[in-house]
Write a protein that binds this ligand. Structure first.
Ligand code: SAM
Length: 257
């Protein structure tokens, strides 16, 4: 495993004529991070992933840790924790641009916000953080998590326990995101529902709930007003879900293939 490294703008100390001069504290310019594992997720593409964790409790995944972290020693105590912070890399949004502003989909995609007022994936260092439920840890030291908003293959940088008495802030406010997103009603073509139930049995996953929870948040960009004939699709687990908008603000699942 390559060693993590960092670079400084100046040395910490300098010695001269037998006298030790202390320089101002060095500034770290860069630091090389190590990926400690990957997420195996029900989401195989970015489209239709909820915009934050917990919005789709049926969204499940597994964190596969890499050596040396894939051993009970590294996880001792974690069985006493219901939720963890997953710190990760937005590996499909890596860019070297210095974006100062973003256009969050939540605000319709046409309003700009400072990057630090947003949770957008295009951001300095491409680091994301998601609070997810820790369902269980299996005998291979894999973490089974739910309520995720993470793409399959997401590189994990760190995992930390959630501490409710510190991190749950009852009087906190955020005027940009005051309420959870409004949910759209999701209806099914009978054949699509039967097919989803069949795939759910095969996969041993709550696929019907997952589809309803993800689509109810309206994955399409807010500015699009599609014709009823326009079809959208997204890959969940190993199935392709197809839907349309028969009326504005309504979703109909057409097929689960
Ligand atoms: N909860 C995290 C945070 O606040 O840092 C992520 C929020 S971000 C708005 C969530 C979106 O990031 C998802 O809807 C998905 O489209 C995208 N996403 C998830 N995993 C990703 C990855 N590995 N690379 C790029 N984009 C990803």
């Amino acid at each position: 495993m390559p060693a993590a490294g960092f670079s400084r703008r100046m040395p910490l100390q300098a010695a001269g004529c037998g006298i030790l001069f202390l320089l101002p504290e060095a500034l770290v310019d860069s630091f090389q991070l190590q990926v400690i594992g990957e997420v195996r997720s029900c989401f195989k593409e970015k489209f239709a992933i909820p915009r934050q964790p917990a919005l789709a409790p049926a969204a499940r995944g597994i964190i596969e840790l890499r050596p040396p972290y894939n051993q009970p020693h590294a996880l001792a105590g974690l069985e006493q924790v219901s939720h963890v912070w997953v710190i990760f890399l937005f590996h499909q949004a890596l860019d070297q641009q210095h974006r100062l502003q973003v256009r969050p989909p939540r605000l319709g995609g046409n309003q700009r916000l400072g990057v630090f007022a947003s949770r957008a994936s295009h951001r300095p260092n491409s680091i994301g953080q998601s609070l997810v439920r820790l369902e269980r840890i299996d005998e291979e030291c894999r973490l089974h998590i739910s309520g995720i908003d993470l793409l399959d293959g997401t590189p994990v940088l760190d995992i930390k326990p959630y501490i409710p008495f510190v991190e749950s802030v009852p009087d906190a406010w955020n005027r940009i995101a005051e309420q959870p997103p409004a949910l759209l009603p999701v209806d099914w073509q009978p054949a699509a529902l039967a097919s989803a139930r069949e795939h759910a049995r095969r996969l041993q996953e709550p696929l019907v709930e997952l589809i309803e929870q993800c689509l109810a948040q309206d994955p399409k960009p807010a500015y699009q007003q599609p014709e009823p004939s326009r079809q959208y699709g997204a890959r969940l687990h190993d199935v392709n879900v197809v839907w349309c908008y028969p009326e504005a603000g309504e979703i109909l699942v057409l097929a689960v293939e």
